[in-house]
Structure formats: C-alpha cells, structure tokens
Design a protein around this ligand. Structure first.
Ligand SMILES: *[C@@H]1O[C@H](CO)[C@@H](O)[C@H](O)[C@H]1NC(C)=O
Ligand SMILES: *[C@@H]1O[C@H](CO)[C@@H](O)[C@H](O)[C@H]1NC(C)=O
Ligand SMILES: *[C@@H]1O[C@H](CO)[C@@H](O)[C@H](O)[C@H]1NC(C)=O
Length: 599
C-alpha cells in the first residue's frame, strides 16, 4: 500500500473510530438523559392526584353556588351553600366565612386570568352579600352588630335558631374577597365605579371590624367564645388592605390604619413562648393547638413579606414551630397515623380535643399543612435562602437532625436538603389527602380516624370549603402565590392599645325564685359581663327583694345574648335552669329591666 493510501486509511479508520466512540457516547448520553428525564418527568402519585382532583374540586365548588350550581337548588344567585348535606349534619345554609373563603379563590382565579368565565358569579356574590349585610338577624341590624351573624338561609333570609354568635371573622374575610375584586376593577374600570358599587359594602365590613376586633366572639369552629387567632389575623389583614384601598379611592383610611396597628399588637399575644406555638383561643379549656393557626398563616400569606414573624407568615419561625406542634398533636390520637415515623406526614384534624362526629381528620386541615409548607418554599426560593432560628429549630430538625441556627443560602447543601425534605413532607401530606379521597374525588368534611386503607369520608359530603382548600393547596404546590396585601415591613407598636370603646347599656335581671336556707341564685351567659357560661364565675344575685333575686349589669349595647340562672348551695352548683337558654337583646342605651321566673 502506498504511503498516501496508508495515511488515508488510518485517517479514515481513526475518523470512523472517533465517530463510533462519539456515537456510542452520544447513545449512552442520550439514554442516560432519557432515563434521567423520565425519572424527572414521570408524574409522581401526587402529581397524578393533583391533575385528577383539580378539575373535580373546581366543579365541586361551582356545583355548590346558586342559582345554577348542580347541588345548590334553592340557593339564590351568588349564594354558596356550605354543603348539600341536609341531615346529620344539615349544612344547607350559607356561612359568611365559608362563602368569602370560597369566593376569594374564585376571584383570584378570575383576576389572574386563569378563568375568565367566573365574572358573572363574582357579580352575583357581591350582590348576594350586599343583601345579607342588610338582613336583620339575631346578631342585630346592619348598624347594631348584624354583620357578625355567621350563617343565613340560602334564600338570603335570617337564620333565627340558637347558634354560636356573633362570629367576627366573617366581615373581615368578606371584605378581603371584595377588596381583591375591587383592586382588579380599579385597574380595568374606574375608581368611580368601585366607589359607587363596591366601596359601600366593603366599608360596612371594615367599619364593623374597626368597632369590634377588640371584642370576643365565637371562633371559626363555632364552639369557643373568646378571642381567636384566626379571627384577629384576618381582621388585621382586612384593615391593612382596606386602608390601602380607601387611600386609592380617596376615602378616609385613618381609622383602619390605627386599628390595624392595634390589632397587630394584640395578635402577638397569642404566641406561647413556653410551648413554642400559637395558641388558637384565649379561652376554651383546650391545649390551643389548632388548625386555626395554620389556616390563619395561609390566609394571610403575603409573598412580599418574606418570613416576617409579626404577621406569622407561613415561613416565619413562629408559624413553622407552631405547625410542627399542631401536626404532632395528632400523631398518637388517630389510628390511621399509627406506625408513621415521628417526622413523617400524618392526617390532621381541627384540634386534638375535638369530639365532633367522633373527632376526625378533616380534608381542609390536612391540606393546609401542605399549603403552609408550599407557601414557605415559594418564599425561600424567591429570597434564595432560609433562616433557622432557635424558635424554628425543632421544626427544621425533623428534616435534618444536625442543622443548627443560621442562614443558609440556596447553594448550600443544608438549604438543598431542607427544602427537598420539606417538599417531600408537603407532598406526603397531600398523598394522605389523596389516600382517603374516594375514587369519585368527592371531598366531604372529614375522614374516619380509625379506618385503614379504604377512604371513609364522614360528616357533610361535598363540603365547599374542602374543595376551595384543595384548589389553593394545588396552586401553592405549583408555585402560585396570591397578591400582596401590605404585610411587608410592618412594625409592631411597643405598647398595645385597645380598640374603640364599645357602647354599653345597663340591664337589671329580676328572677322570681324560692330558695331554701343556704341556697342562692346566680346568673351566667354568653357574654363577657356574664362570665361566658362559667358556672364557677357566675354572678350572685341579691336577695334584698326575696323571693325576687336581682342584679344590675353593664353590658355591650345592642347585643343579643343568652343566659341562665343557676342555684348554688353554700357555693356549690346544684341546679341549672331547664332548657332552652333565655335570650335577650340589650338596648342601644339606658337600662332595660328583665323579669323572669325560675324554670
Ligand atoms: C383588647 O385589646 C387589648 C390591647 O391589645 C388586649 O389587652 C385585650 O385582651 C383585648 N381584648 C379583646 C377581647 O380582644
Ligand atoms: C378620618 O377619620 C378619623 C377617625 O375615624 C377622623 O378623626 C378624621 O376627622 C377623619 N378625617 C376626615 C378628613 O374626615
Ligand atoms: C349604667 O349604670 C352606671 C352605674 O349606675 C352608670 O354610671 C351608667 O351611666 C349607666 N349606663 C347607661 C348606658 O345608662
């Protein structure tokens, strides 16, 4: 072979070999990438659940809204039924809280451009709530406390039976929903339009919050009459964003700003530094560990506020510490959580002492655990770091036992390990939600604490709030965050000031009751001056006009409340009056005399 050919041969040979090697490399690389890509792209069980459940939750939510919702027959336009369940329990009513939370989801979907078809429903909701504001009800009229009424009939008439009233989160949540809509309308229409059509209704609710944030009421579970973290947190938010809207509309914002500062100050008092968690209620004889607090964090999430602890943002040290304490309180009490590692996801309910329907995990309270964590992940990603403080250390140690107090940038292995483990924990929480959801995707209120693998939904079927909570946790998992509401950079006042003085009136209670020596008559009832149904602290009546026993008290004006007389012998409770409770309305001013006979 001539040299020239030899060279050509070798050149060709080596070219071919290189090409072969390259090709082989490429094949290897491509298949490796394909494997890796498949691993990345292969939907996890949670991805599949979210994909399947999202449209079901959306449809389930819309089905519960009148007048056209498939399960909302009889509901007026814009009315959200809590659930189509009409017995055991009967939830075929409309609650201001549930409706407002549901419409906040709808308004966010609409204003973000995700679903333009929702506008008509939003307009119906605004009209329905404007009507409800004016309906006289057992909590009062529009000017005497009626806005604190928690629930109405679905034809927009008052519900007049005994109930845990007032509930003071309703006006706050309703204004938050309407403000979200008003902010969109302001940009797309005109200020004048908002001032005319939305502001009057928003102002009524904000003024109610101003006047009443510093008064007790029933909590979001309608059981405890006290001050409640969720209520104060959402009240603070509504005043803050209400002030911003008022300014934008050329209205007087000063009362909203003043009382927002006062409410923010009071909000700090729910933190229990010894237990390392947020106490849900100031009274009620429970541990105070409650989904109330995670719900508050999620419903006051402001992505611009970072991990601010003053507003208990989802990634704040206090809210994370509290989340761990709350979740852990369900590890030992539900059979379905048995055998799950102490740092792994579990099903959670409202609060560990719950006995309603046997005290079970709820879909919305399990979802909110995941949502708080997804919200936290959104903020950590945006700020490219996360901070571990002495307060949040126990929370983070569940995921990395060696972690210490410090700030970890997003390129550090600590940050990567923690965020990956927290994402897994959140997904595992959703996997539990999925595991106990029946095949048709229907979300009831609760699922059975005792059953094994098969889903056993309990209590009200198709709970609208369960669907809303599913939609928001799914959005948070996708990295979608709600609009900012002004939580950034707030300063907590050094000294807490009370809200505006509550107008008072006097009431004289006379009760005709014969007694034996050593026996006395006392009174207790549903308001602070009547000691909130505490027989121990019940007030002693005077026997000066025996057999009429009497007492005069100063009570909040224009307020409906319930009460009973009780007998004590030498200070020991011997009898309550028979049911039902007495109920009365205090006057707007002056003194009202009530004449009762023991029964
Ligand atoms: C009212 O606010 C003051 C000041 O923060 C606080 O001490 C008090 O407990 C509050 N009471 C209620 C019922 O909110
Ligand atoms: C705005 O409201 C505050 C308190 O509610 C009041 O004192 C003040 O006079 C009002 N300002 C105007 C300009 O109306
Ligand atoms: C209630 O009674 C007290 C004490 O007698 C009195 O000072 C007060 O003015 C009365 N309040 C009303 C609203 O009449």
């Amino acid at each position: 072979m001539a040299d020239v050919y030899k060279e050509a041969f070798w050149a060709a040979y080596s070219y071919t070999r290189t090409q072969l090697a390259r090709t082989r490399m490429r094949v290897l690389l491509v298949s490796a990438l394909a494997l890796y890509g498949a691993a990345l792209a292969k939907p996890s069980a949670v991805d599949s659940y979210v994909a399947k459940e999202s449209p079901i939750a959306k449809a389930g939510l819309l089905a519960n809204i009148g007048p056209k919702g498939a399960k909302a027959a009889g509901a007026k336009a814009g009315v959200v039924i809590a659930s189509p369940s009409t017995s055991d329990p009967n939830y075929l009513y409309t609650w201001v809280r549930d409706s407002s939370l549901v419409f906040k989801v709808i308004i966010d979907q609409f204003t973000s451009g995700k679903d333009k078809s929702l506008l008509g429903r939003i307009q119906d909701f605004v009209a329905a709530e404007k009507t409800l504001q004016q309906v006289s009800n057992p909590s009062g009229t529009v000017t005497t406390g009626g806005l604190g009424e928690p629930k109405f009939n679905i034809d927009l008439t008052a519900f007049t039976e005994p109930w845990g009233r007032p509930q003071r989160d309703g006006p706050a949540l309703r204004s938050t929903a309407m403000i979200a809509y008003a902010n969109w309308l302001r940009k797309t229409s005109s200020t004048a339009n908002v001032v005319k059509n939305l502001w009057p209704a928003i102002k009524l609710d904000l003024d109610y919050v101003v006047a009443n944030w510093n008064s007790t009421g029933f909590d979001l579970w309608e059981e405890v009459s006290a001050s409640s973290f969720f209520t104060t947190a959402v009240q603070h938010r509504s005043l803050r964003e209400g002030a911003a809207l008022a300014k934008a509309l050329g209205q007087n914002a000063s009362a909203y700003i003043t009382q927002a500062d006062n409410a923010l100050c009071f909000l700090q008092s729910y933190w229990n530094p010894t237990g390392g968690y947020i106490t849900a209620n100031t009274r009620g004889g429970r541990s105070g560990k409650d989904a109330n607090t995670a719900l508050a964090s999620v419903h006051t999430f402001d992505p611009a506020a970072g991990c601010d602890a003053a507003t208990f943002q989802p990634c704040s040290d206090k809210a994370l510490a509290s989340l761990k304490v709350y979740v852990d309180s369900f590890r030992d009490i539900y059979a379905i959580n048995k055998g799950i590692a102490p740092n792994a996801a579990v099903a959670t309910g409202r609060y560990p002492e719950d006995v309603y329907f046997g005290g079970n995990p709820w879909y919305l309270t399990t979802a909110v655990v995941a949502e708080q964590l997804y919200d936290a992940l959104i903020v950590w990603k945006a700020q490219e770091s996360l901070k571990v403080t002495s307060i949040s250390l126990p929370f983070f140690r569940q995921f990395l036992s060696s972690v210490t107090v410090g700030t970890y940038g997003c390129t550090s292995s600590t940050y990567k390990k923690l965020t990956a483990a927290i994402k897994t924990f959140a997904d595992d929480t959703l996997a539990i939600h999925a595991k106990y959801t029946p095949a048709n995707g229907g979300l009831a209120e609760q699922f059975d604490r005792a059953t094994g693998v098969s889903p056993a939904p309990l209590s009200a079927v198709d709970l609208t709030w369960s669907y809303a909570a599913a939609l928001t946790v799914f959005a948070a998992r996708d990295g979608v965050s709600p609009a900012s509401w002004g939580a950034k950079g707030l300063k907590v006042p050094k000294v807490c000031k009370p809200g505006p003085p509550v107008p008072t009136a006097n009431m004289t209670f006379n009760v005709l009751a014969t007694t034996v020596p050593g026996e006395s008559i006392y009174i207790t009832g549903s308001i602070d001056p009547l000691q909130n149904w505490s027989p121990d602290n019940a007030l002693l009546l005077s026997s000066a006009n025996y057999p009429t026993w009497t007492i005069t008290l100063t009570v909040p004006a224009s307020t409906n409340f319930e009460y009973k007389y009780i007998r004590k012998t030498n200070g020991v409770l011997t009898a309550w009056e028979s049911d039902p409770n007495n109920s009365v309305s205090s006057p707007a001013n002056g003194t009202l005399v009530v004449n009762d006979t023991w029964r």
